[in-house]
Design a protein around this ligand. Structure first.
Ligand SMILES: Cc1ncc(COP(=O)(O)O)c(C=O)c1O
Length: 396
């Protein structure tokens, strides 16, 4: 039999993939599974985005421009201006989700054997994009005891070598919910300037910041124009994960010109989805006020209830819709599987994501889980109660 590639063999599996058959079996056996494991929001997509697709009069579903439609990029530039990010349509390449933006960015800035430093725990798919680009992820540990704040700058400096090309952050963070402050972004700015590196920020959760704290983008930081690359997406912003529209944004002309070549190879981003994403930009601020109020209520409920459970430690998220909780157990993967196989409360159980898969350093996060608060309040309340009762029974 012909053999598959070594690169393919090295591609990491999703950290929750192993648990999916257990969840399916639980459902087949009649149990209700409350999903705290996925980043699929249950929030309704803005109606105007759905209507824009329904009501359009396209007769030929043609390719769009490689960099994305002109009108969409113009409106995106206006959206960034509202967020105090000064870019033009020429600084933006529309992509098939933030995912494609991530792979274009890695392809554009790093060669095989180059290194990218990423604070861990991090969005697990960064491993996949790095592997397919042949780039090595070098983790720098952020800690639950510090609420996952930016690790000290000398921890980064220790890891920088001639192979290092970039620091990649996710702000606000998946899976931590951590929101980097302006001061932390400035520390990163100083280090990338000093070592002549790129600073890549995955800002797909930009709007989801709580407690009155504003998001500070790397492109708001003066002097970072040649270094900063933003990865963005409509998936979470407008609850449009299935649209598959994202973008990469940079003032660095060489980065944009290089990423364009990757974009040309896949011809264009999807046409209908750009129409939906363009319309979504007309979403009024009250949509976000409502959505944010809902997430804050859920976060408060979740964190307050988790903190009441004996031995559970949780980092209070300041953004996105995830949190990491450390449990009084040894192996969160075993616990997550056991929840699906053996534990029921009124015929319900929960599915959580073991957090070890979000760390690159072996052995870290073994007793941690990631919880996505993408369930409405009543279900979330039941889910935390299930976790509480399950822990009692599991620990025995
Ligand atoms: C941090 C982060 N970045 C990027 C993505 C990719 O999103 P998409 O490809 O749907 O835009 C996700 C999706 O969950 C994410 O959580």
């Amino acid at each position: 039999m012909p053999s598959v590639s070594q690169k393919g063999l090295n591609m990491p599996e999703s950290p929750i993939r192993k648990l999916v058959p257990f969840a399916e079996r639980a459902k087949k056996r009649g149990a209700r599974v409350l999903h705290l494991n996925i980043g699929q929001p249950d929030i309704k997509t803005p109606q105007l985005a759905l209507d824009a697709v329904k009501n359009n009069t396209i007769e030929v579903l043609a390719y769009s421009r490689t960099e994305g439609s002109e009108t969409y990029r113009e409106k995106l530039a206006a959206y960034y201006a509202k967020n105090d990010i000064d870019v033009t349509a020429d600084d933006i390449i529309v992509t098939t989700g933030g995912s494609e933006a991530l792979s274009f960015v890695l392809g554009s800035i790093a060669d095989a054997d180059n290194e990218i430093i990423i604070p861990e725990p991090f969005y697990a798919n960064y491993n996949g994009f790095a592997t397919s680009s042949g780039v090595k992820v070098i983790p720098v540990v952020s800690r639950i005891d510090d609420n996952f704040a930016l690790p000290p700058i000398d921890e980064f400096e220790k890891l920088i070598s001639s192979k290092t090309k970039a620091i990649l952050i996710c702000n606000p963070g998946n899976p931590t919910g951590y929101l980097y402050s302006k001061e932390e972004i400035q520390k990163l700015a100083a280090i990338v300037k000093k070592h002549n590196l790129f600073l890549v920020a995955d800002e797909v959760y930009r709007e989801f910041t709580y407690d009155g704290v504003a998001h500070y983008s790397i492109l708001q930081e003066p002097g970072l124009e040649e270094h900063a690359i933003i990865v963005d997406s409509v998936s979470k912003r407008y609850s449009m994960c299935g649209a598959r529209i994202g973008c990469l944004v940079s003032k660095n002309r060489e980065v944009i010109a290089t990423a364009m070549k990757f974009a040309q190879a896949r011809l264009s981003p999807p046409t209908y989805a750009q129409i939906a994403a363009e319309a979504a930009l007309e979403t009024t601020p009250d949509y976000f006020d409502e959505v944010k109020a809902e997430y804050v209520t859920r976060r408060n409920l979740l964190i307050d209830e988790l903190e009441k459970i004996d031995g559970v430690k949780v980092a209070r998220p300041k953004g996105a819709f995830y949190c990491i909780a450390a449990l009084p157990i040894e192996d969160a993967e075993d616990f997550a599987q056991w929840l699906l196989e053996d534990f029921r409360l009124d015929n319900e159980t929960v599915m959580v994501a073991p957090a070890a898969g979000f760390y690159a350093t072996k052995g870290l996060g073994k007793n941690q889980i990631r919880i996505a608060y993408v369930l409405e309040k009543e279900s979330l309340k039941r889910a935390v109660n299930i976790l509480k009762e399950a822990l009692k029974s599991y620990i025995g």
